[in-house]
Design a binder for this molecule. Structure first.
Ligand code: LLP
Length: 472
């Protein structure tokens, strides 16, 4: 059992930035709670001027609560950072796999960012949200022909991953009225980084991108295709990365690979260094700020360009997690508990691995608090379990919490990235609603899935209707 109070647990933490010291130098990716978090006079957590408990009463539980200010601040820090530190043209594109829905795309579009999309569904969502197709960059290691046709006809830029795709795209481009088709080439940079093996992509043994040994063959092929306009190259080394060096290395490697393209007459002017900047999920995580990361990458590209004597390319970065991760929390309602003597105490919430599959998939660690008892002393160490029929459905091991009762609102922090987008209907549990909060206003941006929604695409063949339970 813990006998620490919240303030001591929080010393050096950034649970409540505004209450503690409002440290303006901290970037959203360095905070556990959204920037607008505060405790009101009823000892309740508010985000975006809205009390979490009241949101749950109104919109149900569990509930994703997305803070517009935090999301916009992160966009601005990336955008302003590149404008300040990079001498050439730059573009920040949001990796929409982190959370793709109309409201998120619309906010990020209004901040002037482009979009990394990886499926027909993500293209469609971004277009419906009003994003212009020239700001869409289409990724993926096995794009279907129909997805490629959609990308070509709508005018997206395509980040070509492999030979099959390159050849299919050449055929589509030849038959298309929208020519030339703008492409970038994805290369595997052979750079290791320290993150979970499932979210590492830049090492040589990766399913993504052309092998660098084939680079000249690819350049030769592309230079013979008048219907393709090759704008540049791309690499992405992985996700949730705290070191600066791997991205500096990738910048260097990519610049080096731009140079031989000139020998093939390819006017390549764009360099995309991918995403991957990490965020704080716990108080001991220590990622660089968005601005520090942007500075490091910009300087690395400029240094490499000077070294290889090429002019500064258009520089693209495609962050996902660091744009939206800390802008959202998930509010759950506490239900049953179980004390296993001498071992642990479980408390159970009304969601779990279906709304946040990251703990069970990557052993990701999260922090939580009780939103309706913000100043209560942390007296317990409990395991926060989900409600799914699966022992591994645990959201947080050893969470430091005050004594909880059924009906308390447990908030899990930093759930903006890869939570809603990876959510499922496991156990036929509908995905939660999502609410956008800003300056005291709350807007429903994703409806809660109902039982009817769960059956919407089920079809019952005629011969099964009224069939009796007759054994063979
Ligand atoms: N660009 C490419 C080509 C990517 O594959 C990714 C992420 C990003 C950009 C954005 O990376 P970020 O800035 O968000 O780190 N589901 C995993 C993360 C998978 C990341 C996939 N690619 C998780 O929940 O940790």
């Amino acid at each position: 059992m813990l006998s620490t109070d919240r303030s001591s647990q929080n010393s050096g933490h950034r649970y409540l930035p505004q209450i503690e010291s409002s440290d303006a130098t901290l970037s959203p990716n360095q905070q556990l709670l959204p920037l607008t978090a505060k405790v009101n006079s009823d000892d309740n957590l508010e985000i975006g001027g809205c009390e979490i408990k009241r949101l749950v009463e109104q919109y149900g539980s569990p509930l994703y609560v997305l803070d517009e200010t935090t999301l916009r601040t992160a966009c601005k820090q990336y955008r302003d950072g590149f404008a300040h530190y990079y001498g050439g043209e730059s573009q920040v594109i949001y990796a929409s796999k982190a959370w793709s829905c109309l409201a998120v795309c619309s906010i990020i579009n209004s901040e002037g960012l482009g979009f990394d999309v990886v499926s027909g569904g993500e293209i469609y969502t971004a277009l419906q949200a009003g994003v212009e197709s020239q700001n869409l960059y289409f990724h993926g290691n096995n794009k279907s022909r129909s997805e490629l046709e959609l990308a070509v006809t709508t005018g997206c830029q395509i980040i070509v991953d492999n030979w099959l795709e390159l050849k299919t795209l050449t055929t589509i481009a030849q038959e298309s009225s929208t020519q030339p088709v703008k492409i970038l080439l994805r290369l595997t940079p052979g750079i290791e980084c320290h993150t979970h093996e499932y979210i590492r992509t830049g090492h040589l043994d990766s399913k993504f991108g052309f092998d660098p040994n084939q680079i000249e063959q690819v350049y030769a092929f592309v230079s013979n295709q008048p219907t393709l306009e090759c704008l540049g190259i791309h690499a992405h080394i992985g996700s949730q990365i705290f070191e600066r060096q791997p991205h500096q290395d990738v910048a260097d490697v990519l610049v080096k690979w731009l140079k031989p393209a000139q020998d093939y007459g390819l006017p390549m002017t764009t360099l995309n260094v991918g995403g991957g900047l990490g965020i704080c999920y716990t108080e001991s995580d220590d990622p660089p700020s968005i601005t520090e990361w942007v500075k490091a990458v910009s300087e690395a590209v400029e240094t490499a360009c000077n070294h290889h004597q090429i002019s500064l390319p258009k520089l693209i970065a495609e962050p996902g997690r660091s744009l939206i991760g800390s802008a959202c929390v998930t509010a759950y309602t506490v239900g049953s508990d179980k004390e296993v003597p001498e071992i642990r105490k479980y408390i159970t919430v009304d969601g779990g691995m279906s709304d946040n599959p990251r703990p069970i998939t990557y052993e990701s660690v999260y922090r939580s608090l009780i939103a309706n008892k913000m100043s209560a002393v942390l007296t317990e160490t409990v395991t926060v379990a989900g409600k799914h029929c699966e022992s591994g459905d645990v959201l947080i091991k050893d969470a430091a919490l005050p004594k909880t009762e059924p009906g308390d609102i447990l908030v899990v922090m930093t759930t903006g990235a890869y939570n809603y987008s990876m959510a499922s209907n496991y156990n036929r549990i509908g995905r939660p609603a999502a609410i956008l909060v800003n300056e005291g206003e709350a807007n429903l941006i994703i409806e809660r899935e109902t039982y009817e929604n769960l059956l919407e695409r089920d079809r019952l063949p005629e011969r099964l209707i009224n069939s009796t339970n007759t054994p063979n």
